[in-house]
Write a protein that binds this ligand. Structure first.
Ligand SMILES: [Fe+2]
Ligand SMILES: [Fe+2]
Length: 235
């Protein structure tokens, strides 16, 4: 199966069919289209409706997750509903199977990596914050565990590894992802690829500790690497 992935679409209210042509182009070379979050610029209803039209016209299945920008107006459920009504499968704990390949996904969260991972210690505010990261990883693990396929793909917005952040300022790495997501992925041997977005200035390829390939599909990273804003990955 060939999957196409693109993240950080950042649709704004004055865009006119911004992804219509691109989705049609992608459908000629891919079987499934994965959207890696930041689908809207500010999480506004109108922005989601504009993208929904392009999703409706896309001839291949569209799956994906929301990003932090889709939360900005405090109505991520509404954004998810508009995109779902247009035919997109919004992954969040609930995994799906298409032609023998499983797809699980969550937005993910921040919190850092390795030695720099924020621990749930001390003030209740820190514990509540870490809880969010732990819960996103738990949902991803549950989704992956529910799949019975030989091949699975994990879809995220935040990064599970540091390699795909290379190019961003090192001071903000801990705000771009969470190692806990990679820990969840590494419990399974059927995950063939992980796609994420969010790190607009990061690098395309990395690996989890177990060796599972991770791709930063933020469209800005892909444009620079491939001269087109989407990745094509065989699984
Ligand atoms: Fe973004
Ligand atoms: Fe983001």
């Amino acid at each position: 199966m060939t999957i196409a992935a693109i993240g950080d679409l950042h649709v704004t209210e004055n865009n006119i069919a911004p992804y219509h042509e691109l989705f049609l182009e992608i459908a000629q070379s891919a079987d499934v289209l994965l959207l890696c979050g930041d689908l809207t610029n500010f999480g506004r209803t109108r922005e989601a409706e504009i993208l929904a039209e392009d999703i409706r016209a896309c001839p291949i299945p569209v799956l994906g997750v929301l990003g932090n920008h889709d939360y900005e107006c405090g109505q991520p459920e509404k954004i998810a509903e508009i995109l779902h009504d247009a035919g997109m499968t919004v992954l969040d704990e609930q995994a799906v199977e298409i032609d023998g390949v499983g797809f699980a996904g969550v937005k993910g969260f921040i919190g850092g990596f390795g030695r720099g991972e924020l621990a749930p210690f001390g003030e209740p505010e820190i514990k509540a914050f870490v809880d969010v990261a732990v819960n996103e990883a738990r949902k991803l693990e549950n989704g992956l565990r529910s799949l019975r396929t030989d091949r699975a793909v994990a879809v995220l917005h935040y990064s599970p590894v540091v390699q795909t952040l290379e190019g961003e300022p090192i001071e903000i790495f801990q705000y771009l992802g969470s190692q806990r997501l990679a820990d969840a992925i590494d419990r399974f041997d059927n995950v063939k690829a992980v796609v994420h977005g969010h790190a607009h200035h990061g690098s395309y390829e990395g690996r989890t500790l177990r060796g599972t390939p991770v791709y930063n599909c933020a469209q800005f990273v892909l444009r620079e690497k491939f001269g087109r804003p989407y990745a094509l990955i065989e699984v």
